[in-house]
Design a protein around this ligand. Structure first.
Ligand code: DNO
Length: 377
């Protein structure tokens, strides 16, 4: 595996490439052209400039998160083929720049959803949290205002005010899109882009729905082992792969994360590894918060997750995921919720430590016989 950190680009991120370069074991960044609009072609000069920024800092681009898919493709309207052609052109431009992993999602209207961006923990740090009652209290007709109130002025990617201003129109676009239609539109999109992915060896890595269920009555389909394996089968090409995000699939405690990793095997092209702490699992008041990465701080066994990745021979980019705000970082301008420096750096170091320990146990002959396990190929 290749340890990376997400970086939003020099005009958007409060974290610098120099800082990232100083985190032990981090060799690459996962980045994007954050100011492009879904549907637009990424121009070769802009990709080259981004690459130069990263390489001048002694790092490499390990992948893109995200080339967002526009709503026309998701709902399958009359413009979708035009936008798919644009997406193919963007992939070609990325392939020619020697970039081979692209993360994207297929969630209707919203990307990830949290109800609090700065819930205070006993140690004084803050982190993102989700509470079902807070979601249920939102009147979908006044979503834009509610989101603004919830987020206290900071904005989660995908929830920008310009987008929220159009939320009624967006909901309208999806009114006839049920799970089957969304799935068919996703398959249509993937089949159309596979030839360019084959040509340039680009691994597409779909990000799961976060949280792993429908929100505000909008259907969601990439949130369970059965759902993701169905997609792998429907477009059975190794370039049709997965971002394995423990913090997203893990929101639904019925998802057995190590089992899913083994079932997906070589279709995992990118991993987001983080922990969650559940405070209430009753349906009405389901409540979880994003915890420190350590197993002992949350509900996931991070060792088992890393071990499952190791056993499948995972060699793609991995990143620590959202971090808490610690050491007064919250006061830094431009910090994107969940994407400060310090806690993510601690996460990277912890994950590297787990990996080293697993690797040494394996290569020094501590019993396992694990590699021969039945993996999905
Ligand atoms: C949240 C992220 C997501 C992810 C997109 C992929 O922090 O993991 O926003 O980047 O869903 O397209």
């Amino acid at each position: 595996m290749e340890m990376t950190l997400r970086w939003y680009g020099k005009n958007f991120d409060s974290v610098t490439l120099k800082e990232i370069r100083q985190i032990p074991g981090v060799k690459g960044v996962i980045t994007t052209l954050y100011d492009t609009t879904p549907g637009e072609v990424w121009q070769p000069e802009r990709i080259a400039a981004l690459k130069k920024d990263v390489e001048d800092a002694g790092l490499k681009i390990s992948g893109i998160e995200s080339v967002n898919v526009c709503d026309s493709i998701k709902v399958g309207d009359g413009d979708r083929d035009k936008y798919i052609d644009n997406y193919i052109q963007t992939l070609k431009n990325l392939g020619e720049a020697d970039i081979h992993m692209v993360c994207y999602n297929f969630m209707p209207v919203f990307d990830w959803t949290r109800t609090e961006l700065a819930r205070r923990k006993p140690d004084g740090s803050t982190g993102l949290a989700y509470n079902q009652k807070a979601i249920d209290a939102i009147d979908p007709d006044h979503l834009a205002e509610s989101v603004q109130k919830m987020s206290n002025g900071t904005v989660m990617p995908g929830w920008e005010p310009e987008r929220m201003a159009q939320v009624t129109k967006l909901f309208d676009m999806y009114k006839d899109v049920d799970g089957e239609k969304l799935f068919d539109n996703l398959v249509y999109f993937l089949k159309a882009i596979m030839p360019v992915c084959d040509k340039y060896d680009i691994n597409m890595a779909i990000h799961p729905d976060d949280p792993a269920w429908s929100v505000f009555g909008l259907t969601r389909i990439i949130n369970s082992e059965a759902g993701i394996l169905r997609l792998m089968k429907a477009v059975d090409n190794v370039h049709n792969g997965v971002t394995f995000c423990s913090g997203s699939y893990g929101t639904n405690l019925e998802n057995d994360l190590p089992h899913m990793i083994r079932a997906l095997g070589n279709r995992i092209h990118f991993a987001h590894v983080r922990n969650l702490k559940f405070n209430d699992t009753s349906r009405e008041n389901y409540d979880f918060e994003e915890a420190q990465h350590l197993s002992s701080d949350g509900n996931f066994d991070m060792y088992e997750i890393m071990r499952a990745l190791y056993e499948t021979g995972f060699d793609g980019p991995i990143r620590p995921d959202h971090g808490r705000m610690i050491w007064d970082e919250v006061d830094k301008p431009g910090v994107i919720p969940g994407y400060g420096l310090y806690d993510r750096a601690l996460g990277a170091t912890y994950l590297n430590g787990l990996w080293e320990a697993i690797d040494k146990a394996e290569t020094r002959g501590i019993p396992s016989g694990l590699r021969e396990k039945n993996l999905h190929k």
